[in-house]
Design a protein around this ligand. Structure first.
Ligand SMILES: [Fe+2]
Length: 274
């Protein structure tokens, strides 16, 4: 640990992830805050949507200094894809659930369902003091990952997962992609071309976070493998699926039958032997 910095925030917001650029730590102060009554009532996740808590993005200089805050329209910032400095702007790419998001999932939101998470981008204009929000892909998707050698620098490729079981848990029904709502697939995004490829899985074969692993000696950003835990309901256990990142829609290179289930919703990392 190089430094500890106290950042005052109101209402104890649920901060699940953050982002790093070469200059800043990016903090999402979200309108989902701790709720003592929900905790006393035994809520599994005692955080509730709070319309009285304004949404802000904070930029804490990594070199030290004061956090700069920017007001934006509320979303639930879920997971960081990547972030980077670009001239007088900071670019943040992430997955987010639309407002209002019900952190405890099914039953906590009442009759109005929350929408599915999408892949979005903020461009924070440091000179103008404003944030421009845009949507990179409105398919339901989560667990965004890149080639990690590019964390905090500009990337071209991104990998995400659409997991029907998760959308069911959050009753995430927005009608935008009715055919894709309850299917499972991995997505490879090409940010340069604005294009994407899908690798689909049959039926209820729930997919988890896609982890990119570079091939030994790789020079191209996407020269490597995409690993994901995919639950096979017919076997009742989980497979580790290995895709070629450059042949994303093709047959998996390998399917490792694991002896047990890997619970849905967990993150993954690849740690190579030294
Ligand atoms: Fe997470």
């Amino acid at each position: 640990m190089a430094r500890a910095t106290r950042i005052p925030v109101a209402d104890a917001p649920m901060m699940h992830d953050f982002a790093l650029t070469e200059k800043y730590v990016v903090i999402a102060d979200v309108p989902i805050t701790f709720d003592g009554a929900a905790a006393e009532a035994g809520a599994v996740v005692p955080y509730v949507w709070n319309d009285r808590h304004p949404m802000r993005i904070g930029l804490l200089p990594r070199a030290g200094g004061t956090t700069l805050w920017f007001d934006i329209d509320p979303v639930y910032y879920s997971h960081t894809l990547n972030a980077y400095d670009q001239g007088d702007t900071v670019v943040v790419e992430y997955t987010a659930f639309p407002a209002p998001f019900h952190a405890a999932g099914r039953g906590m939101g009442g009759p109005s369902a929350t929408g599915a998470p999408t892949l979005d981008r903020w461009v924070i204009d440091l000179r103008a003091g404003r944030v421009h929000s845009s949507r990179l892909d409105d398919r339901p998707q989560e667990f965004p990952r890149i080639n990690e050698s590019l964390v905090s620098r500009r990337h071209r490729y991104a990998y995400t997962a659409s997991t029907a079981e998760m959308w069911r848990a959050y009753e995430a029904v927005d009608g935008t992609w009715p055919d894709e709502k309850f299917t499972n697939y991995l997505v490879k995004h090409d940010m340069l071309r604005g294009s994407r490829q899908l690798h689909r899985f049959p039926g209820d074969a729930a997919v988890s976070e896609p982890v990119f692993v570079p091939r030994g000696g790789a020079r191209d950003e996407d020269d490597g493998y995409v690993l994901s835990y995919v639950n096979d309901p017919e076997r009742g256990t989980t497979d580790l699926i290995i895709l070629s990142a450059q042949d994303f829609g093709g047959h998996p290179l390998a399917r490792v039958h694991l002896p047990g289930r890997v619970p849905l919703g967990f993150h993954g990392s690849w740690i190579a032997d030294a």
